[in-house]
Design a protein around this ligand. Structure first.
Ligand SMILES: Cc1ncc(COP(=O)(O)O)c(C=O)c1O
Length: 410
């Protein structure tokens, strides 16, 4: 079987128009957190009339048609009992990573998981002790702070350095933390919020520090599939035997195919002792039963979603380009960072933030656009905002136009 290259629609396949990324869907009727502008009942609601919601990381696109069709069949079948991930399930996962990322993952290393963050929590609880240090690289996806703190581990923040619009590792600071009681490192690869794809060299430098200080690496690869340039996804465990032995690779199709509400994930743990131990702990927490719809969605997406993803990718790339050109021409004081991967654009809005006393609020109140407040991403996120471009172009254009007119009197 031949597959198209990521981002390049194969010849003779349906045209992009057959994929409905431009269609605006009303998501309110099914309890969308994004469009309610509220994560859950405990988090503050962002109030505003007619807000355009481009904050939390799900997309406003329908999943690939084969996924919808199979889920529809399953819904119509009407019996939603216990379900099993069999050998074929793992073959499907393996095949996906082989053809999309050149990762020849050993099937024996794979473990079932409900989603990424519960897995990260289980790994931390299994292989670190209360009080142990866990390194995270800020600014970063905020549940990383929560998963460390709420499991009574010590949060060690390694600030990334923003150099000429690109994030770089601060290896000296990483080493200082490594030498000060770190037991684990939670790697975000590619990195959310800036969509930074770490290179092999960068991962090797991190690996050698982790090797020296006996640090386990939990790699969250949830954003790995949407590639916006030719920089490949480097799976941490592929950089060497030492890296494989110390790492837990966490993967899911949920960001790629917009399936966050029907989650299912897969871990790869090369060290057999740790794999068995983790599986035992996950079983003890009753985490290994598959979600009926999640299993189906994963299998169909990883089997039949290539074409959809190959059309989604240029759509997202064009949305990113649109943000960059609007910023250059009509959003004074806003500098977007071009992502390598994902559907998220991290905007450096520090100038505007300083002027208006809170850029997130400013855009909610003056533009009716709800982006993610950069402060949520921890140190280094102040004055930034994250724009989710996983939406129809017309919605993005409207949001950018509103932002431009809110900025014009400043
Ligand atoms: C980097 C990263 N990891 C994990 C998640 C959530 O994963 P899950 O819903 O599988 O726990 C997100 C969602 O935005 C994310 O951006």
């Amino acid at each position: 079987m031949t597959y198209s290259q990521p981002g390049v629609p194969a010849a003779g396949k349906p045209a992009a128009e057959e994929f409905d990324f431009g269609v605006v869907h009303d998501r309110s009727q099914f309890g969308s957190a994004k469009w309610a502008n509220q994560w859950d009942e405990f988090s503050p609601r962002v109030e505003g009339e007619g807000l355009i919601s481009l904050w939390t990381a799900d997309m406003d696109f329908r999943a690939p048609e084969p996924v919808i069709a199979r889920l529809r069949e399953a819904v119509n079948h009407g019996i939603y009992g216990y379900t099993k991930r069999d050998l074929r399930h793992y073959e499907i996962v393996k095949s996906w990573f082989e053809r999309r990322h050149n990762w020849d993952v050993d099937m024996a290393t794979l473990l079932p998981a409900p989603a990424i963050m519960p897995s990260v929590a289980a790994i931390l609880r299994t292989f670190t002790q209360p009080g142990d240090g866990v390194i995270v690289q800020a600014p970063v996806y905020s549940p990383y702070f929560q998963v460390v703190r709420d499991n009574n581990r010590t949060l060690l923040i390694n600030r990334l350095r923003l150099v000429e619009g690109d994030y770089e590792l601060d290896l000296d600071d990483f080493e200082r933390l490594a030498a000060n009681g770190a037991r684990a490192f939670l790697l975000c690869n590619p990195h959310n919020p800036a969509g930074k794809a770490w290179t092999r060299e960068e991962l090797e430098s991190l690996d050698s520090l982790c090797e020296r200080y006996g640090i386990l690496v939990i790699s969250d690869d949830i954003h790995c599939d949407i590639r916006l340039n030719d920089r490949p996804h480097v799976v941490f465990s592929t950089i060497g035997e030492g890296a494989a032995a110390k790492s837990f690779i966490c993967t899911a199709p949920t960001k790629t195919f917009n399936l966050a509400g029907v989650p299912s994930a897969t871990l790869s743990v090369a060290d057999s002792k740790r794999r068995e131990e983790l599986f035992r702990v996950m079983q003890a927490s009753f985490m290994v039963n598959a979600n009926f719809f999640g299993r189906i969605a994963l299998e169909v997406a990883y089997t039949s979603g290539d074409q959809w993803l190959d059309h989604l990718t240029p759509y997202i790339r064009n949305n990113v380009n649109l943000v960059l050109s609007w910023a250059a021409e009509s959003l004074p004081g806003i500098s977007p960072i071009r992502p390598d991967a994902s559907f998220l654009v991290w905007l450096d809005a520090r100038e505007v933030d300083a002027k208006v006393g809170g850029v997130h609020r400013f855009f909610v109140e003056r533009a009716g656009v709800n982006l993610y407040d950069g402060r949520v991403y921890g140190p280094g996120g102040e004055g930034f905002i994250r724009l989710n471009v996983g939406c129809p172009r017309s919605v993005l254009e409207e949001a950018l136009a509103r932002m431009a007119s809110a900025l014009s009197p400043l």
